[in-house]
Write a protein that binds this ligand. Structure first.
Ligand code: FES
Length: 170
């Protein structure tokens, strides 16, 4: 029958596989958003498109997520040994020194959007794992393996004293 032939055709199968993957990716992203913490930005902060993040509540070794311009931003309080290991490593397929990515060794700030198709990666001890297609990022947000072509983006940000950053302004 022509119908069953068209269902079995490679084009149809490829489309169904792509559609299923896209729905899965959207589902994962949607499920991840409730975990993004709200920082209760004031109206002038919202108008400038910046996010102020308080670093004091982030314990050593842990990561917090804040929202910036509709995207999650991961802020990681890195242990000295983790920062040192990242500084000693050139990265993976998109090599970039950790010293250029982290303004202070103990703090890493990266946009939490996978550079493959935009899923939100999950935190692991070694960095992040993207649940959609398995991309692995290290503790500098650099792509180590998987289909993602580039490192997690480092947003514009600056420190205000030792315990606060402003994301969205250099
Ligand atoms: S979206 Fe494909 S690996 Fe992350």
């Amino acid at each position: 029958m022509s119908d069953s032939k068209s269902l079995d055709s490679p084009d149809r199968r490829n489309f169904l596989e792509m559609a299923t993957g896209a729905v899965g990716a959207a589902g994962v992203a949607a499920a991840a958003w409730p975990f993004v913490q709200s920082m209760n930005p004031s109206s002038d902060v919202l108008a400038k498109g910046i996010t102020e993040a308080d670093l004091a509540p982030i314990p050593l070794g842990e990561s917090h997520t804040v929202a910036w311009q509709g995207k999650p931003v991961f802020i990681v309080h890195r242990k000295p040994e983790v920062a040192a290991a990242m500084q000693a490593s050139p990265g993976g397929k998109d090599p970039e020194p950790d010293q250029k990515r982290a303004k202070k060794p103990e703090w890493l700030v990266v946009v939490g959007v996978c550079t493959h198709l935009g899923c939100v990666p999950s935190r692991t001890e070694e960095g992040w794992l993207c649940p959609c297609h398995g991309s692995v990022y290290d503790n500098s947000g650099r792509i180590i393996q998987g289909p993602a072509p580039a490192n997690l983006e480092v947003p514009l940000y600056h420190f205000v004293g030792n315990d606060k950053i402003v994301i969205g302004e250099a």
